[in-house]
Design a protein around this ligand. Structure first.
Ligand code: ADP
Ligand code: TMP
Ligand code: ASP
Length: 246
């Protein structure tokens, strides 16, 4: 099966979306080299970033699929594109934390690096104009991001399942999975799929031995070595998952 890229329908912060000719049920997603933070107030880029994130995402999606997580993937188009199902996206970002860091550490005045007794799941309302605010379960229902409390529980379980697989994969690659954000969507039968991407853009990854950050915090916090960190994550995952280029 081969697919043909159609017209551009969306130019986002990290990806461009295109139609797929003759397939209204699909999307062609092109990973860009751009890098943004703080709701795009800070912008940067590096060559190969799109290709690295596409490849890291592909490796992790393949592992997740093998462990029973359904994803939007239809076909990888290396180096920078992927054809996916076109989904009705849930207007929530699902964040799962294993170690306290980032906004939740700041919010409660707790030093970054505190391991949590159990993973913490949080929902954020996906709205750039509002800077993706945290929402309680009742607020998520009020905003009609889900139809019922049961759907929120489904999202919570989905996030925890993804965490279980990613945490153990990263562990094998010598990396602590501190936290991550996923996006999910539904098909016409309301089946839930993992969508968007899983990459160092949307995870916190700390080297198990040195504690070095290997994710977008290097860019957010001006730590340097952003490209090297993304490349190292890719190399380690390829070797852990025993793959060449995906
Ligand atoms: P942003 O929209 O925040 O700038 P991106 O540049 O990554 O982020 O753009 C990708 C967009 O595509 C996001 O809005 C994401 O929610 C959406 N998306 C990802 N996967 C799918 C999918 N399978 N179906 C529909 N939309 C998707
Ligand atoms: P936070 O600590 O800033 O809330 O971030 C939690 C996780 O979510 C972290 O791994 C980074 C990721 N994230 C995104 O992918 N997109 C975002 O817009 C934000 C704020 C965080
Ligand atoms: N995802 C947001 C942005 O790209 C915020 C962040 O990751 O810090 O601007």
């Amino acid at each position: 099966m081969s697919y043909k890229k159609g017209k551009e329908i969306y130019d986002g912060k990290a990806k461009k979306l295109f139609d797929v000719v003759g397939h209204p049920e699909l999307l062609w997603q092109e990973f860009k080299d751009s890098l943004t933070a703080f709701n795009a107030q800070k912008r940067g880029s590096f060559e190969q970033k799109g290709a690295l994130n596409r490849e890291i995402s592909a490796l992790l999606y393949e592992e997740l699929e093998s462990k029973g997580v359904t994803t939007h993937r239809v076909m990888e188009i290396p180096p920078t594109a992927i054809v996916t199902k076109k989904l009705d996206m849930v207007k929530l970002e699902v964040v799962v934390r294993n170690i306290l860091a980032g906004s939740t550490a700041k919010k409660f005045g707790i030093e970054e690096g505190k391991p949590l007794e159990a993973p913490l799941v949080e929902f954020y309302y996906k709205d750039d104009a509002l800077a993706d605010p945290f929402v309680s379960d009742d607020q998520a229902l009020m905003l009609k991001t889900v139809r019922s409390k049961a759907e929120l529980d489904e999202l919570r379980s989905f996030g925890l399942k993804v965490n279980e697989v990613l945490k153990s994969t990263m562990e094998r690659a010598g990396i602590d999975l501190v936290d991550f954000k996923i996006e999910v969507g539904r098909d016409a039968d309301r089946r839930l799929y993992l969508a968007d991407e899983i990459s160092p853009d949307c995870c916190r990854l700390w080297d198990k031995v040195t504690g070095q950050k290997m994710d977008k915090d290097r860019f957010r916090r001006d730590l340097g070595g952003v490209e090297e960190a993304y490349r190292e994550v890719c190399v380690r995952l390829k070797s852990t998952l025993k793959k060449g280029s995906v």
